[in-house]
Design a protein around this ligand. Structure first.
Ligand code: BGC
Length: 502
């Protein structure tokens, strides 16, 4: 009997190279993560998502995989991953890992030995790469162009080739046999390409969503995900998939989140939404309504290793802290990104320190994602803040001394303690009932809790009830702008408004 643990789980994304370094080479590693498991347990998350730790030439920091069934020696060994999974399980933490099925590294042996696994053409179409420039590179030895929706070092697999499906079955089994609890599917909307490789219509829109591409959201994905689900369901325990399906319409996303397909899909409309009460509410409602139709659960995300840190995006740490109470009160699963619980902002890096292929490939026109990937500050007053005994792979700002986990632990006013408390008191199960509230605010009930968020109103009076948690210290009867609070019911003062249940 399944307990569907993932339905309201909080996942914590570990960007492996930036989390904790045990070896002194300035790159985070698996043993570093093991040493921090008690911290994660104490934080109160339910599951981890580890970004790729497989052997990789690092053209896209591990998202160019050279071997799906091994561990890059810089990050550890298979035995280290086994030990991490076992120790996490002992602490009640589940472990999910990144599956990168759209492309491999150009140094994966398949690219040399099985060129038929990849997408080739003699006449490139007009598809652009997400990282800048065309999505095609000429291979002189083969006299043809290969497709890469990302960097040229990341050739796209041709998922219409049955052997590719078989290879990935074996990869899934390899990790399921080792006891992992699930997979995050990298760019899970693009695996199958238009077999005719037709041109896209120009001009290409500037959007983080991929809806406009012909090579996305193709019907062949559904049988593949049904196959993966059946495979995972044949294992004991409840193994799960979360898809990175980057579509803007939640009704399209909902088609993947089904009892015989993926368990969860990231909801990036929420991630890309502005800090604006009406817009946030419309996004929340749109998502819940679309997923309710298929009995599915939403996955709420506000940060990951590809986007600007929340405190910077929303313009203040204060707003980011209020958003934490919104995120963790919503019904469904939530994903946190390492460092979000410390309230880290985006780091301004000098150009010469930047490592993201986006920066390189666009000649600096797009600065890329390094600013949210700077190694975590754990302790001490100066870089490397306990992250490593060596030189961190990206420089940390000296100004982080007040933001280390050590400095924040035990301080009730800190962001770390806010997250710890929110994770402890977070409502689970059930739906969301909106209450009428003034413009610029969001107020809803979740079971016993009333969640109040003042995004931009001059003030929001707190109704009667027991104050469980406030995003800023000193809040007692009124929420100033950019703050949020959780109250315990019964709370009679607000009218019942529209409701939406997942
Ligand atoms: C990952 C990125 C990566 C890209 C290509 C994304 O969805 O999150 O970090 O660059 O896929 O693998």
């Amino acid at each position: 009997m399944s307990d569907e643990w993932w339905r309201d789980a909080v996942f914590y994304e570990i960007y492996v190279r930036s989390f904790a370094d045990s070896g002194g080479d300035g790159l985070g590693d698996v043993t570093g993560i093991r040493a921090r498991l008690p911290y994660l347990r104490e934080l109160g998350v339910d599951a981890l998502w580890l970004t790729p730790f497989y052997p990789s030439p690092d053209a896209d920091h591990g998202y160019d995989v050279a071997d799906y069934v091994d561990v890059d020696p810089r990050f550890g060994t298979l035995a280290d991953v086994d030990a991490l999974v076992a120790e996490a399980h002992e602490l009640g933490l589940r472990v999910t890992i990144d599956l990168v099925p759209n492309h491999t590294s150009d140094r994966h042996r398949w690219f040399a030995e099985h060129p038929e696994y990849y997408v080739w053409t003699e006449e490139p179409n007009n598809w652009p790469s997400h990282f800048g420039g065309p999505a095609w590179t000429f291979d002189a030895a083969r006299g043809r162009h290969y497709l890469h929706l990302f960097a040229p070092e990341q050739p796209d697999l041709d998922w219409h080739v049955p052997a590719v499906e078989d290879e990935f079955d074996a990869i899934l089994r390899f990790w399921l046999d080792r006891g992992v609890d699930g997979f995050r599917i990298d760019v899970g909307h693009v695996l199958y390409k238009d077999p005719e490789l037709r041109d896209e219509q120009e001009p290409f829109p500037e959007t983080p969503f991929a809806d406009w591409r012909r090579a996305v959201d193709r019907p062949e994905l559904h049988p593949l995900y049904r196959r993966w689900r059946a495979l995972a369901d044949s294992y004991p325990g409840e193994r799960m998939f979360v898809g990175e399906v980057v579509l803007s319409d939640p009704r399209r996303i909902a088609r993947y989140v089904r009892p015989d397909e993926l368990h969860l899909c990231f909801n990036f409309t929420f991630l890309y939404e502005e800090w604006d009460a009406d817009r946030l509410r419309a996004t929340i409602d749109g998502t819940l309504a679309a997923l309710a139709e298929v009995g599915a659960t939403s996955s709420w995300v506000l940060e990951n290793h590809d986007v600007t840190r929340l405190a910077t995006r929303y313009g203040s740490l204060r707003a980011a802290r209020a958003a934490a109470l919104l995120l963790l009160a919503l019904p469904g699963a939530a994903f946190l990104y390492a460092g979000q619980e410390l309230g880290l902002g985006e780091v301004e890096l000098p150009d010469e320190a930047r490592r993201d292929p986006i920066f390189r490939r666009t000649g600096g026109e797009r600065i890329g994602r390094d600013g949210c990937r700077v190694p975590l500050p754990w302790s001490g007053d100066a870089p490397p803040f306990g992250f490593t005994t060596g030189e961190p792979w990206l420089p940390q700002p000296a100004g982080w001394s007040g933001l280390t986990a050590e400095a924040q632990a035990g301080d009730p006013a800190s962001t770390l303690e806010l997250y710890r408390a929110a994770l402890a008191f977070r409502p689970r199960g059930g739906g969301l009932d909106w209450r009428a509230s003034p413009p610029g605010t969001l107020v809803f009930e979740r079971g016993e809790l009333l969640c109040l968020v003042n995004v931009s109103a001059p003030a929001l009076d707190l109704p009667e009830g027991e104050l469980v948690l406030a995003s800023e210290p000193g809040v007692t009867t009124v929420l100033p702008p950019e703050t949020a609070a959780w109250l315990r019911r019964p709370v009679p003062s607000y009218d019942r408004g529209r409701s939406a249940r997942p």
